[in-house]
Design a protein around this ligand. Structure first.
Ligand code: GLN
Length: 484
Protein backbone atom coordinates (compact mmCIF):
# COMPACT_ATOMS: atom_id res chain seq x y z
CA UNK A 1 0.00 0.00 0.00
CA UNK A 2 1.22 3.50 -0.87
CA UNK A 3 1.69 5.95 1.98
CA UNK A 4 -0.86 8.36 0.50
CA UNK A 5 -3.49 5.61 0.52
CA UNK A 6 -3.45 5.18 4.30
CA UNK A 7 -6.31 6.05 6.60
CA UNK A 8 -5.69 8.36 9.55
CA UNK A 9 -5.62 5.46 12.01
CA UNK A 10 -3.23 3.43 9.86
CA UNK A 11 -0.94 6.44 9.41
CA UNK A 12 -1.07 7.13 13.13
CA UNK A 13 0.10 3.61 13.97
CA UNK A 14 3.05 3.89 11.59
CA UNK A 15 3.97 7.34 12.85
CA UNK A 16 3.70 6.36 16.49
CA UNK A 17 5.86 3.27 16.00
CA UNK A 18 8.35 5.43 14.05
CA UNK A 19 8.02 3.21 11.00
CA UNK A 20 7.50 6.34 8.91
CA UNK A 21 7.94 9.99 9.72
CA UNK A 22 5.45 12.72 9.04
CA UNK A 23 7.98 14.22 6.62
CA UNK A 24 8.03 11.00 4.58
CA UNK A 25 4.26 10.77 4.62
CA UNK A 26 3.85 14.44 3.71
CA UNK A 27 6.39 14.20 0.88
CA UNK A 28 4.59 11.15 -0.51
CA UNK A 29 1.30 13.08 -0.49
CA UNK A 30 2.85 16.20 -2.06
CA UNK A 31 4.49 14.16 -4.82
CA UNK A 32 1.19 12.48 -5.48
CA UNK A 33 -0.49 15.89 -5.69
CA UNK A 34 2.05 16.93 -8.31
CA UNK A 35 1.22 13.91 -10.44
CA UNK A 36 -2.52 13.92 -9.96
CA UNK A 37 -3.56 17.53 -9.69
CA UNK A 38 -3.56 18.39 -13.41
CA UNK A 39 -6.15 15.67 -13.95
CA UNK A 40 -8.54 16.66 -11.14
CA UNK A 41 -7.89 20.27 -9.93
CA UNK A 42 -8.86 19.55 -6.34
CA UNK A 43 -6.97 22.51 -4.88
CA UNK A 44 -7.15 26.28 -5.06
CA UNK A 45 -3.72 26.42 -3.45
CA UNK A 46 -1.16 23.80 -2.46
CA UNK A 47 0.82 24.82 0.59
CA UNK A 48 3.79 22.50 0.19
CA UNK A 49 6.38 24.62 1.97
CA UNK A 50 4.21 25.18 5.04
CA UNK A 51 3.24 21.51 5.06
CA UNK A 52 6.86 20.40 5.23
CA UNK A 53 7.55 22.79 8.12
CA UNK A 54 4.48 21.49 9.95
CA UNK A 55 5.53 17.90 9.26
CA UNK A 56 8.96 18.52 10.77
CA UNK A 57 7.27 20.01 13.83
CA UNK A 58 4.93 17.03 14.05
CA UNK A 59 7.91 14.67 13.93
CA UNK A 60 9.39 16.50 16.91
CA UNK A 61 6.16 15.91 18.85
CA UNK A 62 6.09 12.28 17.86
CA UNK A 63 9.67 11.85 19.05
CA UNK A 64 8.61 13.30 22.37
CA UNK A 65 5.75 10.76 22.55
CA UNK A 66 3.30 13.62 22.45
CA UNK A 67 1.27 12.58 19.41
CA UNK A 68 -2.48 12.20 18.98
CA UNK A 69 -4.25 10.42 16.08
CA UNK A 70 -4.17 13.51 13.85
CA UNK A 71 -0.57 14.54 14.54
CA UNK A 72 1.44 14.78 11.33
CA UNK A 73 -1.33 13.46 9.07
CA UNK A 74 -1.85 15.53 5.87
CA UNK A 75 -5.20 17.33 5.53
CA UNK A 76 -7.01 19.47 2.95
CA UNK A 77 -9.06 22.39 4.26
CA UNK A 78 -11.94 23.66 2.13
CA UNK A 79 -11.12 27.16 0.96
CA UNK A 80 -13.93 28.80 2.94
CA UNK A 81 -12.28 28.23 6.32
CA UNK A 82 -9.93 30.94 7.49
CA UNK A 83 -6.28 29.97 7.67
CA UNK A 84 -3.94 32.55 9.10
CA UNK A 85 -1.42 33.72 6.51
CA UNK A 86 -2.85 31.48 3.76
CA UNK A 87 -5.30 32.80 1.14
CA UNK A 88 -8.92 31.89 1.80
CA UNK A 89 -10.72 32.56 -1.46
CA UNK A 90 -14.09 30.78 -1.26
CA UNK A 91 -13.26 30.11 -4.93
CA UNK A 92 -14.41 33.65 -5.64
CA UNK A 93 -12.76 36.57 -7.39
CA UNK A 94 -14.09 38.63 -4.50
CA UNK A 95 -11.66 36.98 -2.08
CA UNK A 96 -8.96 35.88 -4.51
CA UNK A 97 -6.26 37.76 -2.57
CA UNK A 98 -7.78 37.61 0.90
CA UNK A 99 -5.30 36.46 3.55
CA UNK A 100 -7.04 36.06 6.91
CA UNK A 101 -5.24 37.35 9.99
CA UNK A 102 -6.67 34.50 12.10
CA UNK A 103 -7.51 30.80 12.03
CA UNK A 104 -11.03 29.34 12.08
CA UNK A 105 -11.66 27.49 15.35
CA UNK A 106 -11.57 24.12 13.58
CA UNK A 107 -8.18 24.97 12.07
CA UNK A 108 -6.92 26.11 15.45
CA UNK A 109 -8.04 22.80 16.93
CA UNK A 110 -6.30 20.79 14.22
CA UNK A 111 -3.19 22.91 14.73
CA UNK A 112 -3.27 22.01 18.37
CA UNK A 113 -3.06 18.34 17.34
CA UNK A 114 -0.04 18.96 15.10
CA UNK A 115 -1.78 19.59 11.77
CA UNK A 116 -0.06 19.23 8.40
CA UNK A 117 -2.13 21.18 5.87
CA UNK A 118 -1.23 20.36 2.26
CA UNK A 119 -3.64 22.82 0.66
CA UNK A 120 -6.96 24.59 0.39
CA UNK A 121 -9.70 22.69 -1.42
CA UNK A 122 -11.55 23.97 -4.49
CA UNK A 123 -15.30 24.53 -4.12
CA UNK A 124 -18.33 26.17 -5.66
CA UNK A 125 -18.08 29.92 -5.16
CA UNK A 126 -19.15 30.76 -1.58
CA UNK A 127 -20.29 27.11 -1.28
CA UNK A 128 -23.23 27.68 -3.63
CA UNK A 129 -23.58 24.69 -5.88
CA UNK A 130 -23.58 20.93 -6.20
CA UNK A 131 -20.92 20.29 -8.82
CA UNK A 132 -17.87 22.52 -8.22
CA UNK A 133 -18.54 24.06 -11.62
CA UNK A 134 -19.35 27.36 -9.91
CA UNK A 135 -15.75 27.83 -8.77
CA UNK A 136 -14.59 31.14 -10.22
CA UNK A 137 -11.22 29.53 -11.03
CA UNK A 138 -11.76 26.10 -12.61
CA UNK A 139 -14.01 23.09 -12.10
CA UNK A 140 -12.82 20.01 -10.22
CA UNK A 141 -13.02 16.63 -11.96
CA UNK A 142 -14.36 13.40 -10.53
CA UNK A 143 -11.46 10.92 -10.31
CA UNK A 144 -13.82 8.02 -11.13
CA UNK A 145 -14.54 9.63 -14.49
CA UNK A 146 -12.88 12.94 -15.16
CA UNK A 147 -15.69 13.94 -17.54
CA UNK A 148 -18.02 13.96 -14.52
CA UNK A 149 -18.47 16.41 -11.66
CA UNK A 150 -17.22 15.46 -8.18
CA UNK A 151 -20.31 16.97 -6.56
CA UNK A 152 -20.20 20.14 -4.54
CA UNK A 153 -19.69 22.41 -2.98
CA UNK A 154 -16.90 20.52 -1.13
CA UNK A 155 -15.81 18.83 -4.37
CA UNK A 156 -12.11 19.65 -4.01
CA UNK A 157 -11.79 18.26 -0.47
CA UNK A 158 -13.72 15.11 -1.48
CA UNK A 159 -11.50 14.52 -4.52
CA UNK A 160 -8.31 15.10 -2.53
CA UNK A 161 -9.34 12.32 -0.13
CA UNK A 162 -10.50 9.96 -2.89
CA UNK A 163 -7.29 10.30 -4.91
CA UNK A 164 -4.75 10.30 -2.08
CA UNK A 165 -3.91 13.98 -2.44
CA UNK A 166 -4.56 14.14 1.30
CA UNK A 167 -5.44 11.62 4.00
CA UNK A 168 -8.52 13.52 5.16
CA UNK A 169 -10.27 16.84 4.68
CA UNK A 170 -12.63 19.33 6.29
CA UNK A 171 -15.68 20.36 4.29
CA UNK A 172 -18.72 22.49 5.02
CA UNK A 173 -22.34 21.54 4.46
CA UNK A 174 -25.28 23.94 4.08
CA UNK A 175 -27.61 21.70 2.09
CA UNK A 176 -25.49 18.67 1.27
CA UNK A 177 -22.05 20.00 0.41
CA UNK A 178 -20.16 17.41 2.46
CA UNK A 179 -22.39 14.38 1.93
CA UNK A 180 -23.16 14.73 -1.78
CA UNK A 181 -19.53 15.04 -2.96
CA UNK A 182 -18.54 12.31 -0.47
CA UNK A 183 -21.14 10.06 -2.11
CA UNK A 184 -19.97 11.04 -5.61
CA UNK A 185 -16.31 10.29 -4.81
CA UNK A 186 -16.64 7.15 -2.64
CA UNK A 187 -15.52 8.72 0.63
CA UNK A 188 -17.17 9.12 4.04
CA UNK A 189 -18.73 12.53 4.78
CA UNK A 190 -20.38 13.72 7.97
CA UNK A 191 -22.57 16.76 8.49
CA UNK A 192 -22.71 17.04 12.27
CA UNK A 193 -25.68 18.32 14.26
CA UNK A 194 -26.11 22.09 13.93
CA UNK A 195 -24.12 23.54 16.82
CA UNK A 196 -21.85 20.52 17.30
CA UNK A 197 -18.87 22.16 15.56
CA UNK A 198 -17.88 25.82 15.78
CA UNK A 199 -18.48 27.92 12.68
CA UNK A 200 -16.12 30.66 13.83
CA UNK A 201 -13.89 31.50 10.88
CA UNK A 202 -16.06 29.67 8.36
CA UNK A 203 -17.04 32.20 5.69
CA UNK A 204 -20.80 32.41 6.17
CA UNK A 205 -23.19 31.27 3.44
CA UNK A 206 -26.47 30.57 5.30
CA UNK A 207 -25.72 30.83 8.99
CA UNK A 208 -28.64 28.77 10.31
CA UNK A 209 -27.74 25.85 8.01
CA UNK A 210 -23.91 25.85 7.69
CA UNK A 211 -21.92 23.21 9.53
CA UNK A 212 -18.30 22.00 9.21
CA UNK A 213 -17.53 18.28 9.14
CA UNK A 214 -14.95 15.61 8.30
CA UNK A 215 -14.41 13.96 4.90
CA UNK A 216 -12.44 10.76 5.31
CA UNK A 217 -11.66 7.35 3.82
CA UNK A 218 -13.49 5.40 6.51
CA UNK A 219 -15.84 5.81 9.45
CA UNK A 220 -13.14 5.37 12.11
CA UNK A 221 -11.33 8.39 10.67
CA UNK A 222 -14.55 10.40 10.69
CA UNK A 223 -14.98 9.66 14.40
CA UNK A 224 -11.34 10.58 15.09
CA UNK A 225 -11.72 13.95 13.38
CA UNK A 226 -15.06 14.73 15.04
CA UNK A 227 -13.45 13.97 18.42
CA UNK A 228 -11.17 16.93 17.79
CA UNK A 229 -13.38 19.51 16.06
CA UNK A 230 -16.61 19.03 18.07
CA UNK A 231 -17.43 21.02 21.16
CA UNK A 232 -18.39 24.39 22.49
CA UNK A 233 -16.62 27.52 21.31
CA UNK A 234 -17.23 30.81 23.10
CA UNK A 235 -16.50 32.56 19.79
CA UNK A 236 -19.58 30.99 18.15
CA UNK A 237 -22.79 31.63 20.07
CA UNK A 238 -24.59 28.92 18.07
CA UNK A 239 -22.14 26.23 19.13
CA UNK A 240 -23.70 24.11 21.84
CA UNK A 241 -22.18 23.40 25.21
CA UNK A 242 -22.90 19.70 25.23
CA UNK A 243 -20.42 16.98 26.21
CA UNK A 244 -18.30 15.46 23.44
CA UNK A 245 -18.04 11.69 23.87
CA UNK A 246 -15.15 9.65 22.51
CA UNK A 247 -16.83 8.79 19.21
CA UNK A 248 -14.52 5.82 18.58
CA UNK A 249 -16.32 4.01 21.41
CA UNK A 250 -19.38 3.68 19.20
CA UNK A 251 -17.47 1.71 16.55
CA UNK A 252 -18.83 -1.77 17.14
CA UNK A 253 -19.42 -4.17 14.26
CA UNK A 254 -23.04 -5.21 14.81
CA UNK A 255 -26.40 -3.51 14.82
CA UNK A 256 -28.34 -5.66 17.27
CA UNK A 257 -31.19 -3.83 18.93
CA UNK A 258 -31.22 -0.88 16.52
CA UNK A 259 -34.45 0.17 14.83
CA UNK A 260 -34.06 1.72 11.40
CA UNK A 261 -36.62 3.41 9.17
CA UNK A 262 -36.59 3.91 5.42
CA UNK A 263 -38.56 7.04 4.46
CA UNK A 264 -40.19 6.40 1.11
CA UNK A 265 -40.18 10.05 0.06
CA UNK A 266 -36.41 9.86 -0.41
CA UNK A 267 -36.81 7.42 -3.24
CA UNK A 268 -37.92 10.28 -5.40
CA UNK A 269 -39.42 10.26 -8.84
CA UNK A 270 -36.72 10.46 -11.45
CA UNK A 271 -34.29 8.62 -9.24
CA UNK A 272 -31.80 6.44 -11.09
CA UNK A 273 -32.88 2.77 -10.96
CA UNK A 274 -29.34 1.51 -10.33
CA UNK A 275 -28.89 3.89 -7.39
CA UNK A 276 -32.13 2.71 -5.82
CA UNK A 277 -31.01 -0.93 -6.17
CA UNK A 278 -27.65 -0.23 -4.54
CA UNK A 279 -29.33 1.48 -1.57
CA UNK A 280 -31.98 -1.20 -1.09
CA UNK A 281 -29.27 -3.88 -1.15
CA UNK A 282 -27.25 -1.90 1.38
CA UNK A 283 -30.25 -1.65 3.71
CA UNK A 284 -30.73 -5.42 3.47
CA UNK A 285 -27.13 -5.74 4.67
CA UNK A 286 -28.00 -3.59 7.69
CA UNK A 287 -30.82 -6.02 8.45
CA UNK A 288 -28.38 -8.94 8.22
CA UNK A 289 -26.14 -7.14 10.69
CA UNK A 290 -28.91 -7.28 13.28
CA UNK A 291 -30.98 -4.13 12.82
CA UNK A 292 -34.74 -4.23 12.42
CA UNK A 293 -35.84 -2.25 9.40
CA UNK A 294 -39.20 -0.61 8.75
CA UNK A 295 -39.28 -0.16 4.97
CA UNK A 296 -42.48 1.88 4.92
CA UNK A 297 -41.81 5.09 6.84
CA UNK A 298 -43.42 8.26 5.54
CA UNK A 299 -42.18 11.82 6.02
CA UNK A 300 -44.76 13.67 3.91
CA UNK A 301 -43.31 17.17 4.37
CA UNK A 302 -40.07 16.15 2.65
CA UNK A 303 -41.48 17.38 -0.63
CA UNK A 304 -41.49 21.00 0.59
CA UNK A 305 -37.88 20.96 1.79
CA UNK A 306 -36.29 21.99 -1.50
CA UNK A 307 -38.60 24.98 -1.93
CA UNK A 308 -38.13 26.07 1.69
CA UNK A 309 -34.36 25.71 1.39
CA UNK A 310 -34.19 27.88 -1.70
CA UNK A 311 -35.98 30.67 0.18
CA UNK A 312 -34.13 30.40 3.50
CA UNK A 313 -30.59 29.82 2.18
CA UNK A 314 -30.59 32.69 -0.35
CA UNK A 315 -32.21 35.03 2.20
CA UNK A 316 -29.43 34.40 4.69
CA UNK A 317 -26.81 34.45 1.95
CA UNK A 318 -28.01 37.81 0.71
CA UNK A 319 -27.58 39.28 4.20
CA UNK A 320 -24.20 37.61 4.75
CA UNK A 321 -22.80 38.68 1.40
CA UNK A 322 -23.75 42.32 1.90
CA UNK A 323 -20.38 42.73 3.65
CA UNK A 324 -18.48 42.43 0.37
CA UNK A 325 -18.75 46.06 -0.60
CA UNK A 326 -15.17 46.66 -1.71
CA UNK A 327 -14.36 48.52 1.51
CA UNK A 328 -13.89 45.96 4.25
CA UNK A 329 -12.61 42.82 2.56
CA UNK A 330 -11.19 41.46 -0.61
CA UNK A 331 -11.57 42.80 -4.11
CA UNK A 332 -12.16 46.49 -4.52
CA UNK A 333 -12.87 48.41 -7.71
CA UNK A 334 -12.02 52.09 -7.78
CA UNK A 335 -15.10 53.75 -9.17
CA UNK A 336 -16.16 57.34 -9.82
CA UNK A 337 -17.92 57.49 -6.48
CA UNK A 338 -18.98 55.16 -3.67
CA UNK A 339 -22.01 53.72 -5.48
CA UNK A 340 -20.11 53.21 -8.70
CA UNK A 341 -17.27 51.48 -6.82
CA UNK A 342 -19.66 49.18 -4.97
CA UNK A 343 -21.58 48.29 -8.10
CA UNK A 344 -18.43 47.44 -10.03
CA UNK A 345 -16.86 45.60 -7.10
CA UNK A 346 -19.88 43.35 -6.72
CA UNK A 347 -20.53 43.14 -10.44
CA UNK A 348 -17.05 41.86 -11.14
CA UNK A 349 -16.31 40.10 -7.85
CA UNK A 350 -19.33 37.76 -7.73
CA UNK A 351 -20.07 35.01 -10.24
CA UNK A 352 -23.51 34.32 -11.80
CA UNK A 353 -24.71 31.74 -9.24
CA UNK A 354 -23.86 34.00 -6.30
CA UNK A 355 -25.68 36.88 -7.98
CA UNK A 356 -28.69 34.65 -8.58
CA UNK A 357 -28.82 33.78 -4.85
CA UNK A 358 -28.48 37.43 -3.83
CA UNK A 359 -31.34 38.40 -6.13
CA UNK A 360 -33.51 35.50 -4.90
CA UNK A 361 -32.82 36.40 -1.27
CA UNK A 362 -33.43 40.10 -1.76
CA UNK A 363 -36.73 39.36 -3.45
CA UNK A 364 -37.86 36.89 -0.77
CA UNK A 365 -37.09 39.37 2.01
CA UNK A 366 -38.53 42.46 0.37
CA UNK A 367 -41.56 44.24 1.82
CA UNK A 368 -44.76 42.67 0.57
CA UNK A 369 -43.15 39.29 -0.12
CA UNK A 370 -41.59 38.64 3.26
CA UNK A 371 -44.68 36.94 4.76
CA UNK A 372 -45.54 35.09 1.58
CA UNK A 373 -42.07 33.58 1.15
CA UNK A 374 -39.70 33.86 4.07
CA UNK A 375 -42.18 33.47 6.92
CA UNK A 376 -43.92 30.63 5.09
CA UNK A 377 -40.58 28.87 4.52
CA UNK A 378 -39.75 29.15 8.22
CA UNK A 379 -43.11 27.56 9.08
CA UNK A 380 -42.38 24.70 6.70
CA UNK A 381 -39.01 24.36 8.40
CA UNK A 382 -40.72 23.83 11.75
CA UNK A 383 -43.00 21.17 10.25
CA UNK A 384 -40.04 19.30 8.77
CA UNK A 385 -38.17 19.42 12.05
CA UNK A 386 -41.19 18.10 13.98
CA UNK A 387 -41.67 15.32 11.49
CA UNK A 388 -38.11 14.15 12.10
CA UNK A 389 -38.58 14.44 15.87
CA UNK A 390 -41.62 12.17 15.68
CA UNK A 391 -39.79 9.67 13.48
CA UNK A 392 -36.91 9.51 15.94
CA UNK A 393 -39.30 8.55 18.70
CA UNK A 394 -39.78 5.32 16.79
CA UNK A 395 -36.43 4.79 15.05
CA UNK A 396 -32.79 5.09 16.09
CA UNK A 397 -31.86 6.20 12.59
CA UNK A 398 -33.28 6.70 9.11
CA UNK A 399 -31.60 5.39 5.96
CA UNK A 400 -31.81 7.11 2.56
CA UNK A 401 -29.76 7.54 -0.60
CA UNK A 402 -27.34 10.48 -0.44
CA UNK A 403 -28.21 11.52 -4.00
CA UNK A 404 -30.84 10.37 -6.49
CA UNK A 405 -28.20 9.86 -9.21
CA UNK A 406 -24.56 9.02 -9.74
CA UNK A 407 -22.18 11.86 -10.71
CA UNK A 408 -23.40 13.70 -13.79
CA UNK A 409 -21.33 15.03 -16.68
CA UNK A 410 -19.55 18.35 -16.43
CA UNK A 411 -21.72 20.91 -18.21
CA UNK A 412 -24.87 18.83 -18.02
CA UNK A 413 -26.71 20.91 -15.41
CA UNK A 414 -24.76 24.11 -15.15
CA UNK A 415 -27.12 26.10 -17.36
CA UNK A 416 -30.23 24.66 -15.70
CA UNK A 417 -30.29 25.86 -12.07
CA UNK A 418 -33.41 23.86 -11.20
CA UNK A 419 -31.81 20.59 -12.28
CA UNK A 420 -28.73 21.52 -10.29
CA UNK A 421 -30.83 22.33 -7.20
CA UNK A 422 -32.54 18.93 -7.49
CA UNK A 423 -29.19 17.20 -6.86
CA UNK A 424 -29.69 17.94 -3.18
CA UNK A 425 -33.26 16.74 -2.58
CA UNK A 426 -32.05 14.00 -0.25
CA UNK A 427 -29.56 16.06 1.73
CA UNK A 428 -31.07 19.49 2.35
CA UNK A 429 -34.00 18.48 4.60
CA UNK A 430 -31.30 17.45 7.08
CA UNK A 431 -29.84 20.94 7.30
CA UNK A 432 -33.33 22.41 7.56
CA UNK A 433 -33.96 20.19 10.59
CA UNK A 434 -30.45 20.69 12.04
CA UNK A 435 -29.93 16.93 12.51
CA UNK A 436 -26.74 14.97 11.72
CA UNK A 437 -26.23 13.01 8.50
CA UNK A 438 -23.48 10.61 7.47
CA UNK A 439 -22.80 9.46 3.90
CA UNK A 440 -20.90 6.20 3.46
CA UNK A 441 -19.81 4.38 0.28
CA UNK A 442 -22.49 1.80 -0.58
CA UNK A 443 -21.56 0.44 -3.99
CA UNK A 444 -21.38 1.38 -7.64
CA UNK A 445 -23.77 1.98 -10.50
CA UNK A 446 -22.42 2.24 -14.07
CA UNK A 447 -18.91 2.25 -12.57
CA UNK A 448 -19.62 5.35 -10.47
CA UNK A 449 -19.93 5.54 -6.66
CA UNK A 450 -23.22 5.61 -4.75
CA UNK A 451 -23.55 6.97 -1.21
CA UNK A 452 -25.92 5.80 1.52
CA UNK A 453 -27.11 8.47 3.95
CA UNK A 454 -27.70 7.70 7.64
CA UNK A 455 -29.72 10.22 9.67
CA UNK A 456 -30.12 10.52 13.41
CA UNK A 457 -31.41 12.61 16.27
CA UNK A 458 -29.51 15.77 17.19
CA UNK A 459 -26.20 14.85 18.89
CA UNK A 460 -26.57 11.17 17.99
CA UNK A 461 -23.48 11.14 15.77
CA UNK A 462 -22.37 8.08 17.76
CA UNK A 463 -25.28 6.02 16.41
CA UNK A 464 -24.54 7.12 12.85
CA UNK A 465 -20.93 6.05 13.30
CA UNK A 466 -21.99 2.70 14.70
CA UNK A 467 -24.20 1.98 11.69
CA UNK A 468 -21.64 3.26 9.20
CA UNK A 469 -18.87 1.30 10.83
CA UNK A 470 -20.77 -2.00 10.99
CA UNK A 471 -21.76 -1.60 7.35
CA UNK A 472 -18.22 -0.77 6.33
CA UNK A 473 -16.78 -3.78 8.16
CA UNK A 474 -19.16 -6.05 6.28
CA UNK A 475 -18.51 -4.47 2.84
CA UNK A 476 -15.38 -3.42 1.05
CA UNK A 477 -16.83 -0.51 -0.92
CA UNK A 478 -14.87 2.12 0.93
CA UNK A 479 -11.59 0.41 -0.06
CA UNK A 480 -12.20 0.92 -3.78
CA UNK A 481 -9.94 3.65 -5.14
CA UNK A 482 -10.23 5.41 -8.49
CA UNK A 483 -7.54 4.47 -11.01
CA UNK A 484 -6.06 7.89 -11.61
N1 GLN B 1 -26.02 22.64 -3.28
C1 GLN B 1 -26.65 23.38 -2.25
C2 GLN B 1 -26.65 24.84 -2.61
O1 GLN B 1 -26.24 25.14 -3.68
C3 GLN B 1 -25.94 23.16 -0.95
C4 GLN B 1 -24.61 23.80 -0.91
C5 GLN B 1 -23.94 23.59 0.41
O2 GLN B 1 -24.26 22.67 1.15
N2 GLN B 1 -23.02 24.48 0.70
O3 GLN B 1 -27.05 25.68 -1.88
Amino acid sequence: MKLYELTIHQAHQLLKNREVSSLELTRAVLEHIEKTEEKVHAFVSVTAEKALIQAAQADERIKGDDSTPLTGVPVTIKDNMCTRGVTTTCSSKMLENFIPPYDATVVERLNHEGMVMVGKGNMDEFAMGSSNEHSAFYPTNNPWDTACVPGGSSGGPAVSVATGESIYALGSDTGGSIRQPAGFCNVVGLKPTYGRVSRYGLVAFASSLDQIGPMTRDVTDSALVLNVIAGHDPKDSTSVDYPVPDYTESLIPDLKGLKLGVPKEYFVEGMQKGVEEVIRTAITRLEELGATVDWEVSLPHTKYALAAYYIIAPSEAMANLARYDGVKYGFSYEGKNMWDAMEKTRGYGFGPEVKRRIILGTYALSAGYYDAYYVKAQKVRTLIRREFEEAFERYDALITPTSPTVPFKIGERVSDPLQMYLSDVCTLPINIAGIPGLSVPAGFCDGLPVGMQILGKPFNEDILFRIGYAYEQANGWWQQRPAI
